[in-house]
Ligand binder design. Structure first.
Ligand code: PEP
Ligand code: CO
Length: 450
């Protein structure tokens, strides 16, 4: 990255304060794991990351829409072909809804194949007067409330690598090997969604797509000759939190000489680790991947501009995605000055809305949850602000699962507080279930149509 004269290396972040890092009990064991990881093959290729930057460049230019979605925290325990396929299915369905009903190409990025590390508001968790280290994601430790489970174990970094590799392998097979073929658009609906109003709405849209494909055939265009109807480009992303892991997977690209964090196509900086002098920003400024940065309600115009200057000095379209998570209540006040300042500074960023993380609360039943209506309300605020400033509302960033969980309130099935206990399975934040996700996609498609 030419414009920043300060030297950079994949480990220069070590000279900066690093927030949210695990306290590994045995530094020698950690070193040995990181040495092993740095000899492993990259999980993604630099050329794919560049392709995503280009696709996001089209989003920044208002020609496409970003759908970034997946788990809050992936699990080592619920790792199976089924769970990967269910998550892919719901994202493909949402993308079809967005593309077909709003007529805008959708760039699909999963929070998947590497989303194993979590920032925490407190280093410790106290239960009945006993304090243990907080759960930091399966890359670090385990959720169970015991000394042994909560002790950070560097061998988990190796397991995270292997699970990411296997997940990516299956995603590649599904998206390029026929499963994502548009002629299968009817088959992506999950069993439990099938009888619902959202599914009926989706089915009628799928019927229209079938008709369009038949029409193409009838006019002499053979859909079989159109690769874009049979394959999808699906990219992976996660919060690059544990910097030892990320820097061990960073490789110099032989073609360009640039460094890429080859743990995922896209990585992002979380709300708690975006300090301008801190280690995460230092690491991210030197990698050439497309990157994201979360911006919460405390993000000032000055901080945002400083982040843009360090992370996107060359003003590259698609390089930087600013993921605002400001809350349904405050987005109307907080977002406009950020959008205006970033535009005035000339950064061609993607603006994405994470309507989840600033709308989280503890329900009367004691569950950490989010209400579907508030999620949609923040999205509506996001579209309103961008439309009023003649700026492109570039994308959404959501936490979801294809499964029939009961973690978020509301939605078409009007999930109530007393129902949260039925299937509350997340290890971290509450996710939209399959029906709520589809419902949200129809809501966003309406907003996109304006
Ligand atoms: C997340 O995306 O899971 C997360 C922790 O978000 P944030 O950094 O915005 O709080
Ligand atoms: Co989360």
């Amino acid at each position: 990255m030419a414009a920043d004269p300060r030297p950079w290396s994949p480990t220069s972040w070590q000279e900066h304060p690093a927030a949210q890092q695990p306290e590994w009990p045995d530094p020698a064991a950690l070193d040995s794991v990181l040495t092993t990881l740095s000899g492993y093959p990259p999980l993604v290729f630099a050329g794919e990351a560049r392709q995503l930057t280009e696709a996001l460049g089209r989003v920044a230019a208002g020609e496409a829409f970003l759908l970034q979605a997946g788990d809050c925290a992936e699990s080592f325990e619920t790792f199976s072909a089924n769970s990967i396929r269910e998550r892919l299915k719901i994202i493909l369905q949402m993308a079809v809804v967005l593309t077909y009903s709003a007529g805008v190409p959708t760039v699909k990025v999963g929070r998947i194949a590497g989303q194993f590390a979590k920032p925490r508001s407190s280093d410790t968790e106290t239960v009945d007067g006993r304090s243990l280290p907080s759960f930091r994601g399966h890359m670090v430790n385990d959720v169970e409330f015991t000394d042994e489970a909560r002790l950070p174990d560097p061998n988990r970094l190796i397991e995270a690598y292997h699970q990411s590799a296997a997940t990516l392998n299956l995603l590649r097979a599904f998206t390029k090997g026929g499963f994502a073929d548009l002629s299968r658009v009817h088959l992506w609906t999950q069993e439990f969604v099938r009888a619902s109003p959202e599914a009926r709405r989706y089915e009628s849209l799928a019927d229209e797509i079938d008709r369009a494909l038949r029409f193409m055939r009838a006019t002499g265009i053979d859909p079989a000759d159109q690769p874009s109807l049979h394959e999808v480009d699906f990219y992976t992303s996660h919060e690059a939190l544990v910097l030892g892991y990320e820097s061990a997977l960073t490789r110099e690209d032989s073609l360009t000489g640039d460094h890429y964090d080859c743990s995922a196509h896209m990585v992002w900086i979380g709300e708690r680790t975006r300090g301008i002098e801190d280690a995460h920003v230092e690491f991210f400024r030197g990698i050439a991947n497309p990157i994201g940065c979360k911006l919460g309600p405390s993000a000032s115009v000055e901080e945002t501009l400083a982040l843009c200057e360090v992370l996107d000095p060359d003003r590259t379209p698609g390089r930087l995605t600013l993921i605002t998570r400001l809350g349904a209540e405050r987005i109307g006040d907080l977002l406009p000055p950020l959008v205006e300042a970033v535009r005035a500074a000339g950064h061609p960023v993607v603006w994405a809305c994470d309507p989840m993380h600033a709308n989280t609360f503890t329900s009367p039943s004691g569950r950490k949850t989010r209400h579907f209506d508030e999620i949609l309300r923040e999205l509506r605020g996001f579209f309103d602000v961008h439309r009023s400033l003649d700026s492109w509302p570039g994308g959404v960033h959501v936490e979801l699962t294809g499964d029939d969980v009961t973690e978020c309130l509301g939605g078409a099935e009007a999930l109530a507080d007393h129902e949260l206990d039925l299937r509350y399975e997340t290890m971290c934040d509450p996710r939209l279930n399959g029906r709520q996700s589809l419902d949200l996609a129809f809501g966003v498609a309406e907003l996109l149509r304006g």
